[in-house]
Unconditional design. Structure first.
Ligand SMILES: [Zn+2]
Ligand SMILES: [Zn+2]
Length: 268
């Protein structure tokens, strides 16, 4: 089986301090064949301010060095996790030809709602109540809808992202009430030739993906990538094997890898 982890971070992300060689060696030890390094660039800072431009040179240099070091053992691709790309796509205008893959994420509230990352439970302890969670999720889904039709990503990342931070405080909250809107936005993703991600959140989320994967498959969706969202070696590759099994159960026959922004279908 050709195992790939298409959502990984290194010290070039603000929330990781792991050098790529350590991530890559762990991927090898885990039996993976390919990883994509998707370091962060969010157009909004965690607290909602606009970000300074992304520096491509260190990202390209890091990939080149490690592609040489791991040649013949592990395929390493240059990716980007672009947050709120619907607000500003200039990072892609300046992207090198070597860029293989772009994950499209929404990590932040809309600027009208303050722009802070959903990691932050604001206003104070809002995630303790369903009302507080759904107020934030209403805003989140609207941002996904703004992102979906735009040519600023290859695969839509972690559709259920805010639940990571909400469900530990409010277990009853789900994305179910947005099913109709998510169906429409997945249809948009498919129509525009892009894909969706099964994000294992370092092996912690799996079963909750099943309904969304089935919906996407029913709509005709075929492009899926799988990623652990590892920021440290202990997350690398976590849940990838289980995710492949789940994809098969949900009717998929392929998982995708990317080369210069074009998908390759790898048999499951
Ligand atoms: Zn993310
Ligand atoms: Zn990530």
């Amino acid at each position: 089986m050709y195992y790939s982890d298409y959502h990984t971070h290194t010290l070039l992300s603000p929330d990781s301090d792991t050098p790529l060689p350590l991530m890559a060696q762990t991927a090898l030890d885990m039996g993976l064949s390919e990883i994509c390094v998707t370091d962060h660039y969010d157009t909004l800072e965690p607290m909602g301010d606009r970000s300074a431009p992304f520096e491509w040179a260190p990202a390209v240099a890091q990939i080149r060095e490690n592609q040489a070091q791991f040649a013949g053992k592990l395929v390493i691709k240059l990716g980007l996790e672009l947050g709120s790309g619907h607000l500003d796509r200039s990072v892609l205008v300046s992207a090198p030809d070597a860029l293989d893959f772009v994950l499209g994420s929404i990590h932040n509230r809309s600027e009208a709602a303050g722009g802070m990352d959903f990691f932050y439970d604001v206003p104070e302890d809002a995630y303790q109540t369903e009302k507080g969670c759904y107020t934030a999720l209403d805003d989140y889904v609207s941002s996904l809808e703004a992102l979906a039709p735009l040519p600023v990503y290859d695969v839509m990342a972690h559709l259920i992202y805010p639940l990571r931070y909400m469900q530990p405080k409010c277990p009853a909250v789900t994305m179910d009430r947005y099913a109709g809107r998510i169906r429409d936005l997945l249809a948009t993703v498919i129509r525009s030739g892009r894909g969706m991600e099964l994000n294992t959140y370092r092996g912690r989320t799996l079963a909750e993906w099943a309904p969304w994967l089935r919906m996407y498959r029913e709509l005709g969706g075929e492009i899926v990538t799988v990623g652990s969202d590892a920021h440290r070696p202990n997350g690398m590759g976590q849940g990838i094997r289980e995710a492949y099994e789940l994809l098969t159960q949900c009717g998929f026959r392929y998982v995708c890898t990317y080369d210069r922004r074009k998908p390759t279908f790898q048999k499951l």
